[in-house]
Ligand binder design. Structure first.
Ligand code: ADP
Length: 583
């Protein structure tokens, strides 16, 4: 029942609806006592032969009236209690979503998307059930159960009441046992559902790869197995659930047997009238629901508690990268100094960056090259504070990177990642992502700078063409250039192109780089690339190997070295020559 205390904040917030709902519920519980009593009275009059027509009409009227009032009131408490519980899932859903958007990339590295989706759907509905059906069954079973027992004991016979309650402790034991079993099996079923969700999400996202490698059958088989597992585990839940009702029926049956056997004896003794016995057994019938409800309550609350725990754990997940209390509320300039002695990814042991030291003044261009896996992207991820925890210093405008508010830092940087992502929206909206208020001219000028304007005009819908997962298919190069336009629209202090020109041809690359040089006066640009032609005009070029700088300088400096850079440069030139037929 701890979950009800944990949900206290919500009940407080919705106290008006809950209090009126519960009061109506209590009133209905009392009103329920009327019909059995009336039936008993009528039965006694029939038995004595003292029944009259008017009397019968009057009692029938009482029965109908109480039935009608209960019908209307039941509608209202349902609206109040269930209506409020829907609000709870909305509040939690909003909180969870908001929290998801603030969590660091490292959180998404260790979590599975399908799992997170399962929390946002299944778990929230289990919590909502606790606040709705849970509260209802708790109040209803306690009040109906309590009032009925009181009515039996005080208006009919306390002896008979005690006798018929003998099987009750067994009921409590069984309920608690079933509850534990259900909790365990439900937890397993939920976990299995999460895995299935995860698998489905991954397969649909990676469907192109699956098809290209002809792995459909294997994937379907994998899905079938996971799906079967979900069914198997849910069947276990259903079996325990189904065993519960018949078991309860046996106990209720024993209770009925005891009350009729002893009741008949009391009637024969003259301790009880036949009408009272009829009322008593009808009351006993009213007790079945609260007893069953008590079992369900256990079930609902167990599910709710497990789900609430999981959601609360997620909500407690710390945002790893946070602002210092006195963080500066200004956008940093593009002067950058790296003094990083070592950086290791969280949970790893091998350092990925070692002794990275260089200076970059605002307005300069930095080129970073090196083999795949040499640490180029990692170096940039530290710059945008996607990861922290390096040894050494990283300064912006002479101040440590932490000195700035994260929001301001991100405003200063236009980052175009390798794995660009376009939303299912128009091209214009995708470009204006960071600044939805941007004018048409600003959008088009960013697109021109990124050398994609002409391509966009070729589409029938122009800038209004829908792209992304549900839109037209763009070439890799087009997607890259739209992502670059998106970053350029911000006119950032620091533009970071992380291998973002890999899918465009050499000529387009040259055109983009030339327009960047002309239009980004005074602003810093950082480019990583496999193609050395992309960075040869940079003020500073770093060559990385295994996370360390092995060469640095301008193109001319590096060409006078007999190192990796010169060898690679000549090699790539030769390749280009061959591509163009040796001209
Ligand atoms: P590059 O951009 O030069 O190809 P990266 O910076 O992407 O190189 O990767 C450098 C190394 O860091 C690789 O060995 C890669 O496996 C490792 N790495 C990259 N990202 C992570 C991460 N999030 N967690 C752990 N290791 C990582």
């Amino acid at each position: 029942m701890k979950v009800f205390i944990e949900l206290g904040w919500f009940f407080k917030q919705e106290k008006k609806a809950y209090i009126s709902g519960i009061l109506i519920l209590l009133f209905v519980a009392i009103l329920q006592l009327v019909p059995p009593k009336v039936i008993g009275i009528i039965a006694d009059h029939i038995n004595n032969g003292s029944i009259t027509k008017t009397m019968l009409v009057e009692w029938v009227f009482v029965l109908i009236a109480s039935g009608l009032v209960m019908y209307i009131l039941r509608y209202y408490w349902r609206i109040m209690i269930f209506g409020s519980s829907v609000k709870l899932s909305r509040i939690l859903r909003d909180r969870l979503y908001h929290h998801f958007t603030t969590l660091s990339p490292s959180f998404y590295q260790k979590s599975r998307i399908g799992d997170l989706m399962a929390h946002a759907t299944n778990d929230l509905s289990a919590i909502q059930q606790t606040a709705g059906s849970g509260v209802l069954t708790l109040v209803d079973s306690l009040s109906t159960g309590g009032f009925v027992i009181l009515a039996m004991a005080f208006t009919i016979s306390w002896k008979l009441t005690l006798i018929c309650l003998i099987p009750m402790p067994f009921m409590a034991l069984l309920t608690s046992w079933f509850g534990t079993m259900l909790h365990k099996s439900f937890h397993k079923a939920q976990e299995s559902f999460s895995s299935l969700n995860d698998k489905t999400q991954e397969s649909i996202s990676g469907i192109k790869v699956i098809k290209t490698f002809g792995q459909e059958q294997e994937d379907i088989e994998d899905f079938r197995k996971q799906s079967e597992d979900v069914v198997r585990k849910n069947i276990v839940v259903a079996k325990i659930d189904s065993l519960y009702d018949p078991t309860i029926s046996i106990i209720v049956g024993i209770s009925f047997f005891l009350s009729i056997a002893f009741g008949a004896k009391y009637v024969l003794n003259g301790e009880l009238t036949i009408g009272e016995l009829i009322s008593f057994t009808t009351y006993l019938g009213l007790l079945i629901w609260p007893m069953l409800a008590f079992g369900w309550l256990f079930n609902i609350v167990e599910r709710g508690r497990a789900s609430y725990d999981r959601v609360a754990t997620l909500l407690r997940e710390q945002v790893e990268v946070t602002d210092d209390a006195q963080a500066l509320d200004v956008v940093p300039t593009g002067d950058i100094q790296y003094r990083i002695r070592e950086f290791t990814y969280p949970g790893e042991t091998r350092p990925i960056l070692k002794n990275i030291a260089f200076d970059l003044r605002a307005g300069e261009t930095l080129g970073i090259v090196g083999k795949t896996g040499s640490g180029k992207t990692t170096l940039l991820k530290l710059l945008i504070r996607e990861f922290e925890g390096f040894k050494g210093e990283l300064l912006y405008g002479g101040k440590p990177i932490h000195a700035y508010k994260l929001e301001k830092l991100r405003q200063a940087i236009g980052y175009v990642p390798q794995d660009h992502f376009l939303f299912s929206a128009t091209i214009a909206e995708n470009i204006a992502f960071a600044n939805p208020m941007a004018s048409k001219e600003e959008i088009e000028s960013a697109a021109s700078l990124a050398n994609i304007h002409e391509d966009i005009l070729q589409f029938t819908e122009g800038y209004q063409t829908i792209v992304g997962e549900r839109g037209v298919s763009l070439s890799g190069g087009q997607k890259q250039r739209i992502s670059i336009a998106r970053a350029l629209l911000m006119n950032p202090e620091v533009l970071v192109l992380d291998d973002s020109l890999s899918a465009v041809d050499a000529k387009t690359e040259e055109a983009i780089l030339t327009s960047l040089r002309q239009n980004r006066e005074g602003k810093t640009t950082i480019i990583t690339s496999h193609r050395l032609s992309a960075i040869q005009h940079a003020n500073l070029i770093l060559v990385l190997e295994d996370g360390s700088i092995i060469e640095q300088g301008t193109h001319e400096d590096l060409m006078s070295n007999e190192g990796w850079y010169k060898e690679m440069y000549l090699h790539q030139q030769l390749e280009e020559l061959v591509e163009h037929g040796g001209q």
